[in-house]
Design a protein around this ligand. Structure first.
Ligand code: TRP
Ligand code: SF4
Length: 400
C-alpha cells in the first residue's frame, strides 16, 4: 500500500517547450519505468492565478496531455489524469484546511514572490493563499513517496511534509495504540515479526536509517495486514501513532537546464521558446536567428562560448567532440555562427521528429486522448478514495 509511488503535476499553460522537456518531462519518462507514476494536469492550480481567463484552460489542458504523450509519457506505464476530475483532491484540501495554521501558508516563500511577480493580477484571494495546501492534497491523497519537481517547488514539498506530520500527530493517536501495534506485529508471522522488531530497535536505539528503510520494505510486502494495522506498524517504527498520511520526499530533477533562445529562462512570456510541436522550418529559423556572443560582430571576430546563448544548447545536445570543435572554432573565428549552430539544429530536429509523429496520432483522433485520461482518472480516483476513507474516519466522519 505504501508503494514507492510518484506523483507530479503541471499547470496547463499552453504548448510545452524544450525547457519543460529537459527540465521535467524527460525525467518523468525515465521515472515511469522505475516507479508507479501518477501525472496530472493541475487545472485548479491554473485557476488560482488565471481565474479571470477560464477560456484558456480547456485548450491548454488537452494540449498539455498531448505534449506529454508526444514527449514519451506512456499511458501503459503511467497514470495520466486531470486534477478537477478527481474531486477527492478538493475534499482532502478542505479537510486539511481545518488543521492548517494561516501562518504556515503566509510563510511559504512563493506566496509573496508570486504576488509581486504577477503584480498585474489580484492575487489576494483565498484560493491563491491555499495554493500549497491544494498541492499538498494532490500528493498526500496518493500517499506518494516521491515528488519529482524543480528547485522552486522545494518549499511546497517541505510544507506538505509538515501538514502530513501534523495530521498524523493529531489523528494518528488512538487509545491503546501500543497494544494494538503489538497485536499487529503478531499478525506478521513469527519470523517477519521478529525481524520487524529487530529493525525497529536498531532504528530507535541507534538511529539506523537503513534499518528503517528495511522495516518499511518489509511492511510494504505484507499481504495479510489490514490498512489500519499497516498504518499502526509504519507509525510504530518511528513514534507513537498511526501514519495515515505519508511524508513525501522531493526528488530533485537532475535536469539539464535549457535556457531560452535569448539566454534568459525559457518561457512563453519571454517569447524565446522552441515548442515541442513547432514546425521544423520554424525551429530552424528560430535557432538560426538566435543571438550569439555580441563580440562576434563580423565573421572574423573571435568569440567566447561563455557569452553565447547557443552554448547551453551545445551542452545539452552535442557530444564532446562537437563541443570541442565549436569551442575552438568560436575562439579562433575558425567557424561562423551559422556553422556552429548547425549541429544544434540537427539534434533538436532529430529530438522533435518522433514527438511530432506521436502527437499527430492524437491530434487525428482526439478520442484516444480522452480515453487515456478517462482511464487515468478512474485509476487515480480509486486510490484517492481509499485514502479518503481513512482520512474521513480519522477525522470523525466515518459514518455513512
Ligand atoms: N505547483 C506546481 C508547479 O507550479 C504544480 C503542481 C500542482 C504540482 N500540484 C502538484 C507539482 C503536485 C507536484 C505535485 O510546478
Ligand atoms: Fe556562439 Fe557558436 Fe557563434 Fe561562438 S561560434 S558565438 S558559440 S554561435
Amino acid at each position: 500500500m505504501y508503494q514507492e509511488r510518484i506523483v507530479s503535476g503541471m499547470r496547463p499553460t499552453g504548448a510545452l517547450h524544450l525547457g519543460h522537456f529537459h527540465g521535467a518531462i524527460k525525467n518523468w519518462v525515465r521515472l515511469q519505468a522505475e516507479y508507479p507514476c501518477y501525472f496530472f494536469v493541475a487545472d485548479w492550480h491554473a485557476l488560482t492565478t488565471h481565474y479571470d481567463t477560464p477560456e484558456v484552460i480547456e485548450q491548454s489542458v488537452w494540449d498539455m496531455v498531448i505534449d506529454w504523450l508526444a514527449a514519451g509519457v506512456d499511458p501503459a506505464q503511467s497514470v495520466l489524469f486531470i486534477q478537477s476530475r478527481v474531486p477527492e483532491h478538493a475534499e482532502l484540501h478542505t479537510l486539511l484546511s481545518m488543521i492548517t495554521p494561516l501562518g504556515w501558508l503566509e510563510r511559504v516563500p512563493t506566496y509573496k514572490d508570486q504576488q509581486e511577480k504577477l503584480a498585474d493580477r489580484d492575487l489576494s484571494t483565498y484560493g491563491f493563499l491555499g495554493y500549497p495546501l491544494l498541492q499538498a492534497a494532490d500528493v498526500l491523497i496518493y500517499r506518494a513517496k516521491f515528488v519529482p519537481v524543480g528547485e522552486d517547488q522545494v518549499p511546497h514539498i517541505e510544507f506538505m511534509r509538515e501538514i502530513a506530520r501534523r495530521f498524523n500527530h493529531i489523528y494518528g493517536r488512538e487509545p491503546g495504540f501500543e497494544d494494538k501495534a503489538k497485536t499487529a506485529v503478531k499478525h506478521m508471522g513469527s519470523k517477519k515479526a521478529k525481524l520487524y522488531l529487530q529493525l525497529r530497535t536498531r532504528f530507535q536505539e541507534q538511529g539506523d536509517e537503513g534499518a528503517l528503510d528495511a522495516a518499511r520494505a518489509l511492511l510494504e510486502e505484507q499481504q495479510n495486514l489490514s490498512v489500519g494495522d499497516k498504518e499502526r506498524l509504519y507509525g510504530y517504527l518511528e513514534g507513537s501513532g498511526r501514519m495515515i498520511l505519508v511524508e513525501p520526499d522531493v526528488l530533485l530533477t537532475e535536469a539539464s537546464k535549457l535556457p531560452g533562445l535569448d539566454g534568459q529562462k525559457m518561457s512563453k512570456s519571454y517569447n524565446n521558446t522552441v515548442a515541442l510541436r513547432d514546425d521544423p522550418e520554424v525551429v530552424k529559423k528560430k535557432i538560426r536567428t538566435m543571438p550569439t556572443d555580441p563580440a562576434r560582430v563580423r565573421r572574423n571576430d573571435p568569440g567566447n562560448p561563455a557569452n553565447c546563448p547557443v552554448w547551453p544548447f551545445h551542452i545539452v545536445y552535442s557530444d564532446e567532440k562537437t563541443r570541442q570543435w565549436a569551442d575552438a572554432g568560436c575562439r579562433t573565428a575558425g567557424i561562423g555562427c551559422l556553422e556552429c549552430k548547425q549541429p544544434v539544429i540537427d539534434s533538436v530536429l532529430a529530438e522533435l521528429a518522433p514527438m511530432r509523429e506521436r502527437a499527430q496520432k492524437y491530434l487525428d483522433d482526439p478520442t484516444l486522448v480522452k480515453n487515456i485520461v478517462t482511464d487515468g482518472c478512474e485509476k487515480a480516483q480509486k486510490l484517492a478514495q481509499e485514502t479518503m476513507r481513512e482520512v474521513r474516519e480519522a477525522m470523525g466522519l466515518g459514518y455513512s
